[in-house]
Design a protein around this ligand. Sequence first.
Ligand code: IMP
Length: 508
Amino acid sequence: MTTIIDGVSRTFAEYLLIPRLTRKEQRPDLVDLSSPIAVVEPNQLPRFKINTPIVSAAMQSVSGSELAISLARQGGLAFIFCSQAIESQAEMVHQVKAHKAGFVPSDTNTTPQKTLNEVIALMKQTGHSTVPVTEDGSGTGRLIGLITDQDFWEFEDDLSDPVMKYMTPIEEVIYGEEGLTLREANRLLHKHKKKCLPILDKAGHLTSLVFKKDYEDHMRHPLELLDDSKRLCVGAAINTHDYRERVPALLAAGADVLSFDSSDGFTEFQKEGIDWIRQEFGTDVVLGGGNIVSAEGFDYLVGEGGVDFIKVGMGGGSICITREQKGVGRGQASALLDVVKRRDEYFEETGRYIPICSDGGLSNDTQIVVALAMGADFVMMGRYFAMTEESPTPRTSINGQMYKPYWGEGTNRAQNWQRYGDGTESREMVFEEGVDAYVPLVGTVGDVLRTTLYKLRSTMVNVGADSLSDFREQAVLTLVSEQSVVEAGTSTVFQFSSTRDYEGGGNS
Ligand code: IMP
C-alpha cells in the first residue's frame, strides 16, 4: 500500500530563527565559517575543509575556471561541470590549479628584434603589460631583457623601433634564481621596489615570473582555499556513465574533490560508481554523492567505503521543473531536516560525521542562513553564481539592465543526458527538467559573498554561535505564518526605491 508520510513538504522560507544569548566578546568577524567537506572519522581531524561554506553548482552557465578561481579565493569551492568532453573539463581543472601558484609561467614574451607595434599587439591580446624578452621569444628562452608598457609612449615613440631599444637589458634586470622560495622572491620584489621578478635557471633561461600584485591579492584573501602546494582548490563533477575515463583524467589534472552530479542519486548506477572509485583510488579521494531527499537515500550511499559528503535536494532549483514534469522531489527544508536527522543518528552509532550539502532553491541570503542552521555543512548554488561577472556566460543588455543567461542542466540547451536521461546510453532527453532563463548581473563573486557572509556571521552572533557546528547546536527555529511574513516586510510604509533586490546575490 502507498505510504503517505506525516507532515507537509516544507521550504526554507517558512522558517525563522529565534535569537539566543549573544556574549559580549562575540563579533561577526570572529565567527569561524570553515566546514568539513570530507567524512570525519572517529577521533580524527577533518581530511578536507573549506573555509567558506558555499560551493557553486556543476552547471554549464555557472562553474567554469574563472568562477572557480574567484570562489576558491574567497574560501569556497566550485564544481566544474561534467556536461562537456572529458578533455575540456580536465583543462578547466588544470587552469585553476595552474593559476597563481606564486611562480607563474610567462605567457607574454617577445624577442629583441620584434617591433614596439608587435609588443603592443601582444599586450592587448594577453592583457599583460610586462613582457620578458628572450632569445627565442619563448617563455623558457634565455632572458635578454624585460619590457613593460612604462618603457615607451605609444603615441610619441616610433612604433617600428625594435624592442631592444626600449627594454631594460638583462644586466639591469633584478631577477631571482631557480630554487628560491616564494617568500624570498617577494622579499626581493619588496627590497628593489619592483612589480615583477623573473626567475632564471643556472643557464639564464626564464622559468617563471613572480608578481607583486599576486602577493597583495593573497594578503587580501586570508580565507583562500589552497592545497599543500599552495595551489587553489577546485572540485569537479562526474556522472554515472563515463567515470572510468573521467575520474582518472580529472585526478591527473589536479581536481581536489569529486562529486557525482545526478538529479536522483538514489540509484544502483551511482552505488556502482562509488564502489569502482573506492576500489581504484581508495578513500583518499574526496567524493560526494547525491542528490537524495530522504534518510533511506542517505543510508544507501553512506557507509564505510561510501561517499564523503552527500548532496540533498530535488526539484528546488531556481531553473528546475522536475516536480512539475515528473511529480518527484521534496520541499528542500523537509528533505534537509530528514537527512540531517539520519546523519546525526549515524554519527551516534558509528562516530563518523558525514557533511551534508544543501543543493538548490536558495533564493536569498536568509535561506542560506536557515539551511546552515538546519544542519547543512555547506550549500551549493547555481543562480547565485550565474549572476556574477565570473560566470562563464556573456553579459547581455535587456531594456537597459545587464543580464546573464542561466539555464538548467536538464534543458535541451545543456544536453546533459547523463544527468537527466533514462539511465541508459540512449542520449535521448524526451522532456526537459529545466528552463533557459536570464538573471540580473549583480557584481563579482567577491562582492556578493561579502554581503552574504557578513549577514551569516551576524545572524550567528544573534544566536550566540562561534562556528557552524555551534550554530547547528544552538539554532532554534520557528515556523512562520503567512501573516508573519507580511509583518516581516515593509508593507505599511511607502518606499521610493529599493536596492535590496540586488543585495547578496539578489534577494527575491
Ligand atoms: P539554484 O541555486 O536554485 O539555481 O539551483 C541549482 C541546482 O539546481 C543545481 O546545483 C542542481 O542540483 C539543480 N539543477 C541544475 N540544473 C537543473 C535542471 O535543469 N533541472 C532541475 N534541477 C537542476
